[in-house]
Design a protein around this ligand. Structure first.
Ligand SMILES: *Cc1c(COP(=O)(O)O)cnc(C)c1O
Length: 374
């Protein structure tokens, strides 16, 4: 152990962004004035308006969390049978399909940015396929044009799990404008949070009422319940947090960008350590995660050992995403996705949050370089 490299306190993988305390207090003071806690209150309406502008989309609906938003999207689009999706994602994506009574069909990913491999989608389409559910993983946009082409050709719906992609743009088009529906997670650990929370942006404004009804037990008016719904409403405290955090989001993303660039620069000479190419000028990024891929032979140590070693030095990393969603014990799938498997076995996400100091980032780099030499 190189004692001078060890952190005195653990560096966590992430830390939620909090607004100025007095600002949050003054925002929630409205709740005490109008006695409105949940069910589309005034703060919730204001938040939906503002976040819709920020995300630059035509239609938006807010939810208590991203996961239920995803399930409600599947229900509102009336999907049936099979949905083609990626195994390289957070379990929520897969669970949303299964919880809606549908079958996830796993498509392998491409090795460059870990999004769904569009060349492999068509061979998985059957007469039961109703949609593609793709993930902008780590905020890297999927090949939205190819997915759109395939969807049109086979008359499929497209849902994007954009949980990681808040604020991302492709050729200056905001990410929520692609596909039929996109889901954004506003969980505490994401780039932008409303404590917990979720958003759907969607193309067809006619599904707005249906989405809003399903999130409130399927109630459509005082005396009619037109759908079998659930309870997924965003409350006023969440909306207040969203409103406050929205004011700092651009500053937050630029701090993250500086951290990511420091990691890239510091780690580029490390043998057997690979990062995603982020030089594509057409993409406006949000720097939500910083994954590294370890080639254990070249690096001199496996991903799993590096994870353990970094922990000894008080650097908390995450095997994200491991296990793969088609390899979890709760759900048996026969599908083989070799590229996703190899990425999942060798990926490690490093600490990243707006207030992580550049000095700490440099020290993390030094620790990784120290292991690389040994
Ligand atoms: C966080 C996340 C979700 C779930 O969102 P919650 O707001 O936590 O319910 C879904 N998919 C992905 C890829 C995520 O990272």
């Amino acid at each position: 152990m190189m004692e001078n490299l060890k952190f005195g306190e653990p560096i966590l993988i992430t830390q939620p962004t909090l607004p100025d305390f007095s600002k949050y207090c003054s925002t929630i003071s409205e709740i005490w004035e109008n006695h409105w806690l949940t069910n589309a209150g005034p703060l919730n309406k204001r938040f939906e308006d503002k976040v819709k502008k920020y995300l630059d989309v035509d239609n938006i609906a807010s939810f208590v969390n991203g996961h239920l938003a995803l399930e409600i999207a599947i229900k509102a689009l009336g999907l049936t049978g099979e949905i083609i999706t990626t195994p390289f994602t957070f379990i929520s994506t897969t669970a949303s399909i299964i919880n809606c009574g549908l079958k996830p069909v796993f498509c392998d990913i491409n090795p460059n940015d870990y999004t769904i491999d569009c060349e492999k989608i068509e061979s998985l389409i059957t007469d039961k396929t109703s949609a593609i559910l793709a993930v902008h993983v780590y905020g890297n946009p999927c090949d939205v044009e190819k997915i759109d082409k395939i969807a049109k050709k086979y008359n499929l719906k497209v849902i994007y799990d954009a949980a990681h992609a808040f604020g991302v743009k492709i050729n200056n088009i905001a990410i929520g404008n692609f596909g039929d529906v996109s889901m954004f997670s506003l969980h505490a650990t994401k780039v932008f949070n409303s404590i917990e929370g979720g958003l759907l942006s969607f193309k067809d404004k006619n599904i707005k009422k249906k989405l809003e009804s399903i999130r409130n037990f399927g109630i459509t008016s005082q005396e009619s319940i037109d759908y079998i719904g659930t309870n997924a409403k965003m409350n006023e405290f969440q909306a207040a947090m969203g409103l406050c955090n929205l004011e700092n989001i651009d500053e937050n993303i630029s701090k993250r960008k500086k951290i990511v660039n420091t990691y890239i620069e510091g780690l580029k000479s490390v043998k057997g350590l690979y990062t995603i190419n982020m030089n594509n000028a057409n993409i406006k990024r949000n720097y939500s995660y910083f994954p590294i891929l370890i080639n254990s032979k070249e690096f001199g140590m496996s991903r799993d050992l590096l994870f353990d070693k970094l922990k000894e030095y008080n650097v908390m990393t995450r095997k994200y995403f491991y296990p793969l969603c088609n390899k979890i014990s709760a759900f048996k799938s026969e599908s083989e996705t070799p590229i996703a498997k190899s990425i999942s076995d060798n990926i490690l996400v490093l600490p990243l949050y707006a207030d992580l100091s550049i000095n700490d980032v440099l020290q993390i780099i030094d620790i990784i370089k120290y292991f690389n030499k040994k």
